[in-house]
Design a protein around this ligand. Structure first.
Ligand code: GNR
Ligand code: NI
Length: 171
C-alpha cells in the first residue's frame, strides 16, 4: 500500500504532469493505486495523493467494488447540471462537507493500455471524477469552503499530524 499524503502537505498542491507513455512502470503505479484505494477504503484516488505528480486517477464507485476505472491524462469535455453532495477525501481524513458540482460529466482519457476512450458519468461517479481531476491540478474539495472553515480544518489536521509524529519512536 502506498502512503497517502494529508492536508496541509504542500505536495498536494503540485500540479500533476501528463503521462507521456503508458508503459509497465505506469501500469505498476496504477495497480498500486487501485490496491491503496481499495484498502483505504475510498472510491477514488489521484496520483498526487500518493506523491506521484502524474495525471493518473483510479476510481470504483460500485457497491461491490467490481468496476475499476483508470483514467490517464483525463480531460473534461463537457459538464452539465448542478448537484450538491457530501464529500470526503482520503487526504483530509475525518472531514466531510457539502460541495456543489456538475452532476453530469463527459471525460476523455487513456486506459491502462494507453488507448483513448470517452466516458459519460453522472451522480456519484461524476462527482468523484471532478474531485479527482481537481487533485491533479493541486485543488482539494475544502477549497470550495469558506476560509474560516478551511482554517479550522487545517488546525485540526496539523494537531493530529503533530501528535502522530510525537507518538512515533524517536530514533
Ligand atoms: O473515498 C472518497 N469518497 C468520496 C465521497 C464523495 C466525493 C468524493 C469522494 S473521493 C474520496 C477518495 C479521495 O479522496 N479521492 O481523491
Ligand atoms: Ni480526494
Amino acid at each position: 500500500m502506498l502512503e497517502i499524503l494529508t492536508f496541509p502537505d504542500p505536495r498536494l498542491r503540485n500540479k500533476a504532469q501528463p503521462v507521456e507513455k503508458v508503459d509497465d512502470t505506469v501500469r505498476k503505479l496504477v495497480d498500486d493505486m487501485f490496491h491503496t484505494m481499495y484498502e483505504a477504503p475510498g472510491i477514488g484516488l489521484a496520483a498526487n495523493q500518493v506523491n506521484e505528480a502524474r495525471r493518473i486517477v483510479v476510481a470504483d464507485v460500485s457497491e461491490d467494488r467490481s468496476q475499476p476505472l483508470c483514467l490517464i491524462n483525463p480531460q473534461i469535455l463537457a459538464l452539465d447540471g448542478v448537484e450538491e453532495m457530501e464529500e470526503g477525501c482520503l487526504s483530509v481524513p475525518g472531514v466531510t462537507e457539502t460541495v456543489q458540482r456538475a452532476d453530469r460529466v463527459r471525460v476523455r482519457a487513456q486506459n491502462r493500455d494507453g488507448e483513448a476512450f470517452e466516458l459519460d458519468a453522472e451522480g456519484l461517479l461524476a462527482v468523484c471524477i471532478q474531485h479527482e481531476l481537481d487533485h491533479l491540478d493541486g485543488k482539494l474539495f475544502i477549497d470550495y469552503l469558506s476560509n474560516l472553515k478551511r482554517q479550522r480544518i487545517r488546525k485540526k489536521l496539523e494537531k493530529q499530524g503533530r501528535s502522530k509524529s510525537e507518538a512515533a519512536p524517536a530514533i
